[in-house]
Design a protein around this ligand. Structure first.
Ligand code: NAI
Length: 385
């Protein structure tokens, strides 16, 4: 089997998302982990990379060093994941795309809309992939929801209700924890904290399953903990371009909630409900009939759900496998490009740089709306108006 070379920037020892990328990228044995600049502290990054088994030559002290060295290698990385804090994504992703690398960027893709627009144009010009890690779109039953909606099982979609509300930043005692602090520091996080961190996962999921884009929104932001400049709670009403009404709640002060990502979709002839903490069941409520529980792995699911399902029915599947589906989709695209064939559309459902731009535009619209006491605000990227 052809293996692709994979590298990561950020995701150092103790980071939140680094371990999930390491698992997900290698799960299908299509990527091998060959290079990294894993930490903001050069020696900690080099040391961690070596301990993970990287060739010391390719365990770099900084992303610039990695770019310089990888650029001239015949076995350079085919895909580089950017898993650093938000304010660094643009500079790193842009530099790698400009040098002809493919990128999987963590969300939010950039801090400003101009940067996001530039990444879309840069990726198009370089003819390289710049995907964005909305990893929850990799779940089998999320893909099944999308397939059910697109084939008309629910009729016209009237309402989508999403939540991403957890309680992990509710404790004042954590204010100085470096892993929490950057998320509420505008210099590192950008203009939004909780909405940009979690709310956009929920907003993207609403678009992904309905196949519709967000056109406008009205938001109410709150900073519940004293001293926080950026919001830790937000309620956002939105409208999708197919006429669907959207409601979103996101919070980091909802004590007792663990992860808290849920999506409910209501159409003319039925409803669906899915929760990230119970990803192997999808609740389907056909109009006038009893509640049905669809199990991941059962017979006669959509081809997209079958492809995304890894273990047999009844065995729990979770988040690293969903992320692995994003990596497997990327490997399909990269290998198709390499051999000049057309990629299988059912195997290339990863979120794109255009999705990343849509989210960044939505973040700016949400902040502007919150400042204007909830005024309805155009949420479409300028590039797509
Ligand atoms: P974290 O604070 O736990 O870890 C950040 C890591 O990046 C650390 O190892 C740090 O040393 C390293 N780093 C910082 N600057 C660097 C630089 N210039 N060069 C190399 N390494 C650098 O942060 P966390 O939670 O892992 O978040 C990282 C990114 O992943 C953020 O953009 C966040 O929004 C995103 N994220 C995405 C999730 C998803 O579900 N898609 C879930 C959690 C985070």
């Amino acid at each position: 089997m052809v293996r692709l070379n994979w590298g990561m920037i950020g995701g150092g020892e103790g980071s939140q998302i680094g371990p999930a990328h390491q698992l997900a990228a290698r799960l299908d044995d299509r990527f091998q982990f060959v290079a990294g600049a894993l930490d903001q502290d050069p020696s900690a990054g080099r040391d961690f990379g070596r301990r993970l088994g990287l060739d010391p030559e390719r365990s770099y002290g900084s992303w610039r060093e990695m770019l310089e060295a990888e650029r001239s290698r015949p076995d350079r990385v085919d895909l580089v994941t950017v898993a650093t804090p938000n304010s660094t994504h643009y500079e790193i992703a842009k530099a790698f795309l400009d040098s002809g690398f493919n990128v999987l960027c963590e969300k939010p893709m950039t801090v400003t809309e101009a940067e996001a627009e530039d990444l879309v144009l840069t990726a198009r010009k370089a003819d390289r992939i710049c995907a964005v890690n909305y990893g929850y779109t990799g779940y089998a039953l999320v893909r099944h929801m999308r397939a059910m909606i697109s084939r008309g099982d629910l009729g016209q979609i009237r309402l989508v209700v999403v939540e991403f509300a957890h309680g992990h930043h509710a404790n004042m005692a954590d204010a100085d924890n470096p892993r929490v602090r950057w998320r509420y520091d505008p210099a590192q996080a950008g203009i939004s904290a909780q909405f940009a961190d979690c709310g956009i996962h929920a907003l993207h999921l609403a678009s992904f399953v309905t196949g519709q884009q967000v056109i406008r929104l009205s938001s109410d932001f709150a900073s519940c903990l004293p001293g926080r400049v950026l919001e830790d709670d937000a309620m956002v009403n939105f409208r999708l371009d197919g006429g669907t009404v959207g409601r979103l709640w996101t919070s980091s002060v909802a004590i007792g909630r663990q992860h808290g990502l849920t999506i409910q979709v209501f159409g003319e002839t039925g409803g669906l409900r899915w929760e990230q903490e119970h990803p192997n069941q999808l609740r389907y409520m056909p109009l006038g009939q009893r509640l049905q529980v669809i199990e991941r792995g059962e017979a006669e699911l959509s081809p997209e759900a079958d492809l995304a399902s890894r273990v047999t029915i009844g065995h729990a599947e979770g988040m690293p496998l969903a992320f692995a589906n994003i990596y497997r989709d990327l490997s399909e695209s990269l290998l198709a490009r390499r051999s000049g064939r057309t990629a299988d559309p059912a195997r290339t459902l990863y979120p794109t740089t255009e999705d990343g731009l849509r989210s960044v535009a939505a973040i700016h619209a949400a902040v502007a709306s919150a400042k204007a006491e909830g005024a309805w605000t155009d949420a479409r990227p300028r590039l797509f108006r």
